[in-house]
Design a protein around this ligand. Structure first.
Ligand code: SF4
Length: 233
């Protein structure tokens, strides 16, 4: 996809009155905000409870996620679950989502090979991420890898340089105003977001690709342990 490609974006598919994650999830099934819906099997929306204390944002669904319609159910998701356990995070407190909600891939024979989403896909899909956050009130946001960092923190953020560092949320976002309001009840009332934290780390798929998986895995767990300490404080 060339850099000149433009996409209409997801905004027009988001019901303006939606006030639950379930409504957003249902609406996202019909998203045509960029061309990725054409080849993928289905939209893979976020998973978890609106009361989640920690929100993980990954890149995009993989092959397995695309087939099952759920995020983080493939090999990278399994590794992330193990890392969550090893870091002492309670999995029931987690909401999992991706910056891009359709699987981008290239066909090689019968194999579907993951392709990193382009800037245009990240921008097109970002309204879904913003709408999810409008239903969530996390104490910690964990950014998994460069694509999620681009979606939330902008193109200049470098995960390799700032991983494991606690940043103020939503102040650290590229557009904090998009994340300023959080829900306070089920009647649609909102309030200014209380101070929360953001932490960036590597995507679990980077551990699977690493030359030394053990070191990469330990690094991921060390970063997640920082998040666990915030929740325990
Ligand atoms: S990737 Fe995002 S913007 Fe593109 S069609 Fe899917 S849900 Fe819509």
């Amino acid at each position: 996809m060339s850099d000149t490609y433009t996409a209409p974006g997801a905004q027009q598919f988001i019901p303006p009155q939606a006030d639950t994650l379930a409504e957003l999830r249902a609406a996202a099934t019909g998203c045509r905000g960029c061309e990725l819906y054409r080849d993928a099997s289905q939209t893979v929306f976020g998973r978890g409870d609106a009361t989640a204390r920690i929100v993980f944002v990954g890149e995009q669904p993989g092959d397995m996620e695309d087939q099952k319609g759920l995020p983080f159910v493939g090999p990278a998701g399994r590794l992330l679950r193990r890392a969550v356990d090893d870091a002492g995070l309670d999995p029931s407190h987690i909401y999992l989502t991706n910056a891009v909600k359709h699987f981008r891939f290239e066909l090689r024979g019968r194999r579907r090979i993951h392709q990193t989403p382009d800037r245009v896909h990240i921008a097109a899909c970002r309204p879904w991420l913003v709408s999810e956050f409008a239903q969530l009130n996390p104490e910690v946001v964990v950014v998994l890898g460069a694509t999620a960092a681009k979606a939330l923190l902008g193109p200049t953020f470098r995960v390799t340089r700032q991983r494991g560092e606690l940043l103020p949320w939503p102040a650290a976002a590229q557009h904090p105003e998009d994340f300023q309001r959080v829900p306070v009840d089920n009647a649609g009332r909102t309030a200014d977001a209380p101070p929360a934290r953001l932490l960036a780390t590597i995507h679990p798929s980077a551990v699977l690709r690493a030359d030394n998986q053990e070191i990469a895995y330990d690094g991921l767990v060390a970063d997640l342990t920082v998040a666990a300490r915030v929740l325990a404080a």
